[in-house]
Design a protein around this ligand. Sequence first.
Ligand code: SF4
Length: 327
Amino acid sequence: MTDVLLSVRDLVKHFPAAGDWFAQIFDRRVVRAVDGIGFEIDRGTTLGLVGESGSGKTTTGRIIVRLIEPTRGEILFDGIDLLKLRGKALKAMRRRIQMIFQDPASSLNPRKTVGQIVAEPLRVHGMVRGKELERRLVRTLELAGLSSRFLNRYPHELSGGQRQRVGIARALAVGPEFIVCDEPVTALDVSIQAQILNLLMDLQDELSLTYLFIAHDLSVVRHVSDRVAVMYLGKIVEIGEVDAIFSAPKHPYTQALLAAVPRPDPAAPPRKVLRGEVPSPIDPPSGCRFHPRCERYMGDICKRNEPVLAAVDGGTEVACHLYSRGG
Ligand code: SF4
């Protein structure tokens, strides 16, 4: 029996295309950042959310932690309708759902010490004070792989990896159940990335955490995920078990992304490059949004009819007319 912790249904986020209010009066177009997506994440598991920049993956993560409000949709967390929460109920929920940001250098206040940064969420939620606060800080830093000697240091005195460990400690401080990890290793040196990924996986085991892991790097996603959802221009085009997606990708976009991953063997033939740019989310292509770049394009059916996610084999769901035709 599955134990779904997070369920997202028909989530939509449209932003005004123009920047300031004056421009918006004259330009009523919208950026379709997220355009009707849905997925579930079982308790204690990781869903990897991948796609090129502009696919809507970060917007999705930010909606779940309520940093931005969606245009419409439903998010159930442990059976609670997250988007209806206000005031104290929302504040209480923020303890259960936290976020780790991409760039630890800009997400940490440079004028605060590590101790102050990690203590802030505990203070906001009025959780602990005095000696107990200090004990909690030391314990939280240790969980993130930092000793108590970091408590009085400032972010500029730390390496990139240490700063991201502080970001992780800040997320862990209030004892969350669910963490949105938004490209948590993208800004780090390759040599440090594996350490942070292993830390996140160890913490998941130790604290029974559930993750939404957002990344554009497929090798990172493969390493940490149980299931993977592939996004393109605001839509999920394929979702399934990590092994199924990586061993037998179904959607031409997933296939192209995987074919573009560099190989470690220098003698291997060069990888294919995904042709063309991601089109504008202000005016996405008709029918299948991937059709201008698709190597399997089949003409009118792809250009005119929007494919919907449908189950193929092995539990994978794909939005592509190749499969609706029995391909
Ligand atoms: Fe390619 Fe058509 Fe499938 Fe879209 S629906 S991915 S254009 S084959």
